[in-house]
Design a protein around this ligand. Structure first.
Ligand SMILES: Cc1cc2nc3c(=O)[nH]c(=O)nc-3n(C[C@H](O)[C@H](O)[C@H](O)COP(=O)(O)OP(=O)(O)OC[C@H]3O[C@@H](n4cnc5c(N)ncnc54)[C@H](O)[C@@H]3O)c2cc1C
Length: 440
């Protein structure tokens, strides 16, 4: 046997699974198709600094993230910063950091602001969001704050994220999202970044897991050889590699060419739709706004979200101000998805200049796209997540579809840890039995 376990995918879930395996003394091989680890948290290397292709920060309550940070001994790299939130509507940015900002917010009446606070409180007290999996987010919000606040405040934000899929989005996602954000003080919200970017986490994970197992980059797994009698190996780069167990952390779309499951297992995976994202990072000479995170209620603009990274975290290494402009696409048949990078850059920069109210001196831009940006959390999502134990003994499956009720760094680290535990917990006993059997 070449390896006890092969981990497919070197994003955070794969690296976290490998970390857990390394603690258990299991021999493993992690295979990542790209030349670098990190998946959706991968960075651009800009010479003097690294910066994520897609905007990233973590929240106070992201417990698995902080425990992995401690395990790796890199807590001194955490950078806590106060977030600043804006809401762009009617050609202006309105700050929404504190209760006083909300009181000044012109788009809602005083009564509506009270109802807005009520819906946030109700979400905080809702308990386990999964209980709301079959309730439409729209219905839940309207029930708690009425149509005025929903139409005037939440709907533009939610349709920016989910487009025409909005009417099908479950309240579980909405409530979980608010619960995640409710850990804030009256002065605003503290968010966490890392000095040197989240590539510090990826590098530390790589360094740690490479001590215990093997990490191969730039080689895709092309097939997983498994069936009702178990797993015998994978084919990667045309080579057969034997193993006893496989942990897949890639999306269903990436897994399907490698193996297809029988019956309900595959149909559950297939029933989960993923969103696509186009995210432009622009280097500019001057800041555009005072905010880190700006939600847009401006359907005429080509992007839905603007994150002025350098208003949140400014490294002395940066040679300019860094701004993310991001849009979500529900279906890759959308003509917008097929625009060239140059076309998108032209539209996005014009939108940025509208928000800034002046011409921006753009030094460079880069566009990242993924059609596996995150799940569309539609009604009944939870019941459609299959068991991590696939129908093929020894083959364990997780991936972005399993991130519920929200996808995040924290969630992927947890998924990786849990799937490695599930894999070893169940199978290590039977593997030992098999070994003992073969000795006799
Ligand atoms: C725009 C955007 C913004 C985000 N912002 C935040 C944020 O602010 N905070 C936060 O916590 N989270 C954020 N996230 C979410 C976070 O980045 C993801 O949830 C997390 O990185 C997913 O990790 P993963 O390992 O589960 O999946 P992935 O990162 O997708 O990793 C899967 C890996 O598998 C590899 N792979 C695929 N096929 C194969 C194959 N055949 N063989 C070998 N390897 C293969 C891929 O190359 C990839 O590296 C954001 C995501 C996006 C898209």
């Amino acid at each position: 046997m070449d390896h006890d376990v092969i981990v497919v995918g070197g994003g955070l879930a794969g690296l976290s699974a490998a970390l857990e395996l390394s603690k258990r003394g299991v021999s493993f091989l992690l295979v990542e198709s790209r030349e670098e680890l990190g998946g959706l948290t991968a960075v651009y290397r800009m010479g003097g600094y690294a910066i994520e292709r897609y905007y990233h920060h973590v929240f106070k309550g992201d417990e698995t993230f902080f425990s992995v940070i401690d395990e790796l001994g890199i807590r001194d790299m955490l950078a806590w910063r106060k977030s600043s939130v804006g809401h762009y509507s009617g050609g202006k940015i309105h700050r929404l950091d504190t209760p006083w900002d909300i009181l000044r917010f012109p788009d809602l009446s005083l009564k509506e602001k009270f109802l807005l606070a009520k819906v946030v409180r109700a979400a905080g007290r809702a308990g386990d969001p999964r209980a709301l999996d079959n309730v439409r987010a729209e219905d839940w919000i309207v029930e708690h704050c009425g149509t005025g606040v929903y139409e005037g405040f939440f709907k533009p934000l939610l349709s920016g994220k989910f487009g025409e899929a909005l009417s099908d989005i479950s309240a579980a996602w909405f409530v979980a999202r608010i619960q995640l954000r409710s850990n804030r003080s009256i002065k605003g919200e503290m968010l966490c970044y890392m000095d040197g970017s989240f590539s510090q986490l990826i590098d530390a994970l790589e360094e740690r897991v490479s001590r215990a197992g093997t990490v191969v980059k730039g080689r895709a797994v092309e097939r997983i050889i498994a069936g009702a009698s178990g797993v015998s190996g994978v084919v990667a780069g045309g080579e057969l590699i034997n193993c006893r167990r496989v942990i897949s952390t890639v999306s269903n779309r990436s897994l399907k060419p490698l193996i297809v499951f029988p019956g309900e297992y595959q149909s559950k995976l297939d029933s989960i739709r993923l969103q696509a994202t186009i995210c432009m990072l622009v280097g500019v000479e001057q800041r555009a706004t005072d905010c880190y995170w700006t939600n847009l209620n401006a359907p005429h603009l080509p992007f839905r979200l603007m994150l002025e990274h350098t208003n949140f975290y400014a490294s002395p290494q940066y040679d300019c101000k860094l701004i993310y402009l991001c849009t979500y696409v529900q279906d890759t048949s959308d003509p917008f998805w097929h625009k060239t990078d140059e076309e998108i850059a032209g539209l996005f920069i014009a939108g940025l200049e509208e928000i800034a109210g002046r011409k921006m001196n753009v030094k460079w831009w880069k566009i990242a796209r993924t059609d596996e940006s995150g799940p569309i959390y539609s009604l009944g999502y939870y019941d459609r997540i299959p068991d991590v134990r696939s129908p093929y003994p020894g083959l364990y499956v997780t991936g972005i579809e399993f991130s519920y009720p929200e996808r995040s760094i924290d969630m992927s680290l947890r998924m990786g840890r849990d799937i490695a535990s599930a894999c070893m917990g169940r199978d290590i006993a039977s593997a030992c039995m098999e070994d003992m059997g073969s000795d006799r």
